[in-house]
Design a protein around this ligand. Structure first.
Ligand code: SF4
Length: 194
């Protein structure tokens, strides 16, 4: 008992408000923490990275993220503990956001399957943008209704729709919905919601 009393007495002496942080860092209970010289000088891989605050792109919860960038590349994505929404937490999907950005299996080209074809082709982005714009224009011209059967103004087309996408950010969604509504589209859907 005397030994324990001595040990607890020493521990109590060490754990003063002024040194509690250092004591907990350098000790495992009463035993000095045997941190090697190498470990003493280790630093986290994000220590010299630039931190950019962002929002998880996946769902409407909108958890805060900290994106760490070094040499122009994303090297880590973690929960933002300043976020009033999530307090630093990310669900497993949001916690794996890094793999969304940095993934050798991620498609980086436009995939196009021509009518009646069974094969996907890689196409330049400019080609795809021109084709989408042309088809939207032609479809809207052919299907736009200014009034319904009773003459009420409706100014819409139900022949063009939009579905997507949870990985779009707030600004992109704002611009998308502004463009689509101005075209008269009413079939606009996004899977990101609570
Ligand atoms: S997917 Fe998960 S981490 Fe991302 S916003 Fe939704 S709940 Fe938060």
């Amino acid at each position: 008992m005397a030994v324990f009393a001595t040990l607890f007495g020493r521990l109590a002496q060490r754990l003063t408000p002024g040194n509690i942080g250092e004591t907990l860092h350098t000790h495992v209970g009463q035993v000095p923490n045997p941190v090697s010289e190498r470990s003493h000088h280790l630093k986290p891989r994000i220590h010299d990275a630039k931190m950019v605050k962002s929002v998880c792109p996946y769902c409407a919860v909108g958890c805060g993220q900290r994106v760490y960038v070094k040499d122009g590349k994303v090297i880590d994505i973690e929960g933002d503990y300043d976020s009033p929404i999530s307090g630093g937490c990310l669900c497993p999907k949001g916690g794996a956001s890094y793999q969304l950005d940095i993934n050798s299996r991620r498609w980086t080209t436009v995939k196009y399957r021509a009518p009646y074809s069974t094969e996907w082709e890689d196409k330049p982005l400019d080609w795809a943008m021109d084709r989408v714009a042309q088809l939207v224009y032609e479809t809207r011209e052919a299907t736009f209704h200014e009034t319904d059967d009773k003459g009420n103004p409706i100014n819409n087309t139900v022949a063009i729709g939009s579905l997507g996408g949870a990985t779009l950010d707030n600004e992109e969604n704002y611009l998308i919905t502004k463009l689509f509504h101005s075209l008269g589209m009413v079939c606009i859907e996004n899977q990101a919601r609570i």
